[in-house]
Write a protein that binds this ligand. Structure first.
Ligand SMILES: [Mn+2]
Length: 407
């Protein structure tokens, strides 16, 4: 079960989340909380960051998870210069490496925060100012290097503010060309440092910008093809982003897996009535079953896992709520895994869906179309011979009934 699920705890929500929202400030006060006060002596900053690392690894081991994920700025704040910032990040990640070796906890993936700092207000890799673009390049370069040092199995690009607020001020083609150039440089740098981690792009349709370029799985896959990046990236799917795009919870997971592009999952959920990115812990067994069915069907994760990009509610103020949330959601996915295995062993659902397309194999012309060798004239002749077409039943209610048998 641990091999199928590969659970991962995120540094940002669990150790840096304070419960603030657009309507009010901090509600969550943690023993490891230290403000990112960068005016104290360098060694004191290091000590404060390492204290938080201790708390994080204590939590990982008490929870029994094997993986975690972090942004560069979660673990060490940005200082006045790139050199000072990198020196601090090296110190803190050196200590994280010590803790990894001590506990056996591994890094699922690393990433760079290219969206919080005010300089990234107009985007990072799609910024209209090449000086900001360069800042993003420098930051990603370092984040990749520390991920490599920590033996990270993946590296994620989430385009935090890569999008637009108004088309009136935006040259979309230029911005997408720049983003592709940025990814090509990352691919080259990965090679130059000898890193073997898997690159992922995480789609999201909107928020904070009105339109994010990595809109959904299908959009990202087309972008990768268009710019010759296809071989170097898989997708990290967050179902709450899929629902923001107007899709079903499992849509992007199913779609990316269908093309062999599902790499990892940020296994959170949203609230159907809110319509913004609430990053909640999933406790819906039905949705977990849909996800785990795809994971089993693709033969399991290789470098990815189920990463809890999830936060406790602003009102869940007890420290134990962090444990309850993670344990509750792990149980939900574990149940989802068992249900999915039951569905596959039962076989009815897969058989029914296969049978739905049976004429494509029973009639020879089907294989010819699928191989790209058929002509419209041949299909016309086939159509004339098979003119008695009527709809076959979609049987949605039966499919839903059979699915429920597994729950
Ligand atoms: Mn995410």
């Amino acid at each position: 079960m641990s091999e199928w699920c590969r659970f991962s705890v995120v540094y940002w929500h669990t150790f840096r989340g304070v419960g603030s929202d657009p309507f009010g400030p901090q509600t969550l006060f943690r023993p490891w909380d230290t403000a990112d006060n960068t005016s104290i002596p360098f060694d004191d900053i290091v000590a404060s960051c390492c204290g938080r690392v201790d708390a994080a690894f204590e939590f990982f081991t008490k929870l029994g998870v094997e993986y975690y994920a972090f942004h560069d700025r979660d673990v060490a704040p940005e200082l006045a210069t790139i050199d000072e910032t990198n020196k601090l990040l090296e110190k803190v990640t050196d200590y994280m490496l010590v803790k990894q070796k001590e506990t056996g906890v591994k890094l699922l993936w690393g990433t760079a925060n290219l969206f919080s700092h005010p300089k990234f207000a107009n985007g990072a890799a799609t910024n209209p100012d090449i000086k900001v673009f360069a800042q993003a390049c420098a930051q990603v370069k370092k984040a990749m290097e520390v991920t490599h040092k920590l033996g990270g199995e993946g590296y994620v690009f989430w385009g935090g503010r890569e999008g637009y607020q108004t088309l009136l001020n935006t040259d979309i083609k230029k911005e997408l060309d720049h983003m592709a150039a940025f990814f090509h440089m990352a691919v080259a740098h990965k090679k130059s440092i000898g890193a073997t981690f898997q690159f992922y792009i995480e789609p999201k349709p909107k928020e904070p910008t009105k339109h994010q370029y990595d809109y959904d799985a299908q959009t990202v896959m087309c972008f990768l093809k268009q710019y010759g990046l296809d071989d170097h990236f898989l997708l990290n799917i967050e179902p709450n982003h899929s629902t923001l795009a107007g899709h079903n919870y499992e849509h992007d997971i199913v779609l990316s897996a269908a093309y062999g592009k599902l790499g990892s999952i940020d296994c959170n959920t949203g609230d159907e009535l809110l319509g913004w990115d609430t990053d909640q812990f999933l406790t819906d067994e039905r949705k977990a079953t849909l996800v785990m069915k795809v994971v089993i069907d693709m033969g399991g994760f290789k470098t990815g896992g189920l990463n809890f990009d999830s936060k406790v509610r602003r009102e869940s103020t007890d420290l134990e709520d962090l444990f309850i949330a993670h344990i509750g959601s792990m149980d939900t996915f574990a149940k989802g895994l068992l249900n999915a295995a039951k569905l596959i062993e039962d076989g009815r659902l897969d058989d029914m869906r296969k049978a739905r397309y049976s004429t494509w194999t029973s009639d020879k012309i089907g294989a010819k179309v699928e191989s790209g060798k058929a002509t419209l004239a041949e299909l016309e002749a086939y159509a004339k011979k098979n003119n008695d077409v009527k709809p076959i039943s979609g049987k949605q209610e039966l499919y839903e009934r059979v699915f429920n048998d597994a729950l």
